[in-house]
Design a protein around this ligand. Structure first.
Ligand SMILES: *Cc1c(COP(=O)(O)O)cnc(C)c1O
Length: 361
């Protein structure tokens, strides 16, 4: 029955097929309630049960400690570029940013509206193909927080360590690698992720926030972006993205069936290896990222010829591998292999790359 393509989009991206099938089966009548989840009052008992179970599953799967609260917020990851400084920068008026790609750069620019922002590390000198090492981070002990993006979706690099910033709280954008490996949430002040890469359909961000840091938002902070108000209202200050939360709940049940985060970590490593082995053995394809910094989620590569890159993208699309064109900032190709990309998809693309190389030598 499988007429589905392999979608290597950077986001929104594939969702697990069993999740889509369950959502379809429950679409018009959710478990005997006589209504779709899309139609439910967010204040109803039936919806509250969906919400509570999703939140509890997320807490268990991500091992979120009791010191931290889970928030579901609209506005995607981009809203958090403003929410993080609005909520946290009041402590000292200053914050540090590690700029290792497009999204951390955008976050840094947004934060500049609200305080004194310093670039504590940057990989711009080599087109964001690497991640600065711990001793390259210039941490200001007076910063209200240290901000970084754990996986650079566009450049295909990933932080392999958690920065040590002493007492300065960490704020991390995990949009494109959340739930792909275990994370010690207790080490962070704030973790946020737009859900459309590894968690759910687009429409919200999941935020894990240390409650001790909340309640000190700048007075200009919109209510809907104030972490403390959202904590007090359990993410229901207004109508939450009800259906997206329901879909996240279905994805979390699927995560359990994959062996949880540890299971997914093994699978993603194997998928990434399939593609990186091709790059390592190839005399045609070259990876964008330095070996030590390679992302297991977004594999960026090129042939060295723009013409050949275009040919690759065209032929790959015709063969059923869609959205493999690289972001315009980097060029070349990018294969995003998030949790829902099946092993067979990664293997089929690796085979296609080998074949393409033979045909184009
Ligand atoms: C996709 C992405 C974003 C942007 O997410 P939106 O939900 O569209 O705002 C931000 N950061 C990272 C790392 C991303 O991959």
């Amino acid at each position: 029955m499988n007429d589905r393509i392999y979608n290597f989009s950077a986001g929104p991206s594939m969702l697990p097929l069993p999740v889509l099938e369950q959502a379809a089966a429950e679409m018009t009548n959710y478990r005997g309630s006589g209504q779709s989840v899309m139609e439910m009052s967010h204040r109803s008992k039936v919806y509250q049960a969906i919400f509570d179970e999703t939140k509890a599953d997320l807490k268990r799967i991500m091992k979120v400690p009791d010191t931290h609260e889970i928030l579901f917020m609209q506005g995607g990851a981009t809203l958090q570029f403003a929410a993080a400084p609005l909520n946290l920068i009041g402590a000292t008026g200053k914050a540090d940013y590690a700029v290792t790609g497009n999204f951390s750069n955008l976050a840094m620019k947004e934060a500049k509206k609200y305080g004194d922002i310093r670039v504590a590390a940057s990989s711009e000198d080599r087109d964001h193909c690497y991640i600065p090492s711990q001793d390259q981070l210039k941490v200001d002990p007076e910063a209200s927080y240290f901000y970084y993006c754990s996986n650079n979706t566009i450049y295909g690099t990933e932080w392999k360590y958690v920065p040590d910033t002493g007492k300065v709280p960490l704020v991390c954008d995990m949009s494109s690698d959340i739930m792909s490996q275990p994370v010690d949430v207790s080490k962070y002040g704030v973790i946020f992720a737009g859900v459309q890469k590894n968690m759910a359909p687009a429409g919200m961000a999941v935020v894990f926030v240390d409650k001790a840091l909340c309640g000190k938002a700048l007075p200009i902070t919109p209510k809907i972006m104030d972490y403390q108000i959202m904590i007090d209202k359990d993410s229901m200050m207004n109508t939450p993205p009800c259906y997206t939360i329901y879909m996240l709940g279905l994805v979390l049940k699927w995560v359990d069936k994959q062996g949880g985060i540890e299971g997914l970590q093994e699978i993603k490593k194997a998928k990434a290896k399939l593609l990186y082995d091709v790059l390592d053995e190839s005399s045609l394809f070259k990876g964008h990222a330095d070996r030590e910094a390679r992302s297991d989620m977004n594999v960026t590569f090129r042939t060295g010829s723009e013409e050949l890159d275009a040919k690759f993208v065209k032929e790959a699309t015709e063969a059923g591998f869609v959205n493999v064109k690289g972001h315009r900032n980097v060029g070349g190709m990018r294969a995003s292999i998030y949790n829902a990309m099946p092993m067979e998809g990664a293997r089929a693309l690796a085979d296609f790359m080998r074949e393409f190389e033979i045909r184009n030598k």
